[in-house]
Design a protein around this ligand. Structure first.
Ligand SMILES: [Zn+2]
Length: 279
């Protein structure tokens, strides 16, 4: 059996409900959980590493405040509550550039706790999974995250950005070429890049997804809602690929779609047999 976790990043107070509905109704209709990495208090002036305004802010207007808590979008909050197959995980605090790359422990702790509080204020259950904006951690931030969350989902982990005490487990993961690993009660998941992206070749996108899912026991599939609505217009070809993915996931008897919460619920997370004994 191959397990899949679908993760969609960057939902924030400026995300139109219609975008999520158009993307994910086929998943919800089939009972497949969709994990939304939600920005609790988005900074609406966030520019990415390339200097451009982040695309997930495309609904920003001239009078949009500098910060927007997720609860300020009442329509979105209601929609998430009405569709419990959406599972909310915490995506940073405000998604400013490399916000979790610093070593300022008090500031990092505050961002984590305030972010969780803002998600709670929007009616979300306390998230057990954390996704760092830009996949950027520091030794300090990743240890603060591990104190609060059961699962950390990232593209990759860098040795020099990990606490020294974690190095043996990381070395073991690298030696055994495992995608996922564990430190104490925290499971650290990596993903194989954003396979569902407009930057990938469309004709082979679904085939690549299938091959990846069938190559390992647990795959985190990452996508971004705003990629399907670049400049505010739907990319129907890419939407069709996502919906074909939903159909394949639901109809494949050897594939099971789970949520991060499903993974976090167990007393032990058997994602890396080498470290099960430490659970
Ligand atoms: Zn993001």
């Amino acid at each position: 059996m191959h397990r899949v976790i679908l993760r969609d990043d960057d939902t924030n107070a400026l995300t139109p409900v219609e975008c999520l509905e158009q993307l994910y109704r086929p998943f919800l209709h089939r009972g497949l959980p969709v994990n939304l990495a939600v920005i609790p208090n988005v900074r609406t002036d966030t520019h990415g590493a390339n200097g451009a305004l982040e695309k997930f802010l495309f609904a920003k207007r001239a009078d949009t405040p500098l910060e927007l808590p997720i609860a300020s979008n009442t329509g979105l909050v209601r929609y998430l509550r009405e569709n419990p197959q959406f599972r909310v995980v915490q995506h940073g605090y405000d998604h400013s550039l490399f916000e979790f790359g610093s070593d300022q422990r008090d500031d990092l702790a505050n961002r984590l706790d305030q972010g969780t509080a803002l998600l709670a204020a929007a009616g979300c259950r306390a998230p057990r999974t954390f996704v760092a904006p830009y996949d950027r951690f520091s030794r300090v931030s990743v240890s603060e995250v591990a104190k609060r969350f059961r699962v950390i989902s990232a593209g990759w982990f860098e040795l020099r950005r990990l606490p020294f005490a974690w190095w043996p487990q990381y070395a073991m993961k690298k030696m055994l070429k495992r995608p996922h690993w564990q430190v104490g009660r925290t499971t650290l998941l990596t993903h194989p890049g954003c396979l569902l992206s407009f930057q990938r070749p469309y004709p082979t996108m679904l085939k690549t997804v299938k091959k990846q899912v069938e190559s390992q026991e647990l795959t985190v599939l990452v996508t971004h809602w705003w990629e399907y609505f670049r400049e505010g217009k739907p990319d129907t070809a890419m939407l069709a690929i996502l919906h074909a993915t939903a159909e394949w996931l639901a109809s494949s008897s050897h594939v099971r779609v789970i949520s991060f919460d499903d993974l976090a619920r167990g007393p032990c997370l058997p994602v890396c047999p080498t470290t099960v004994t430490t659970c």
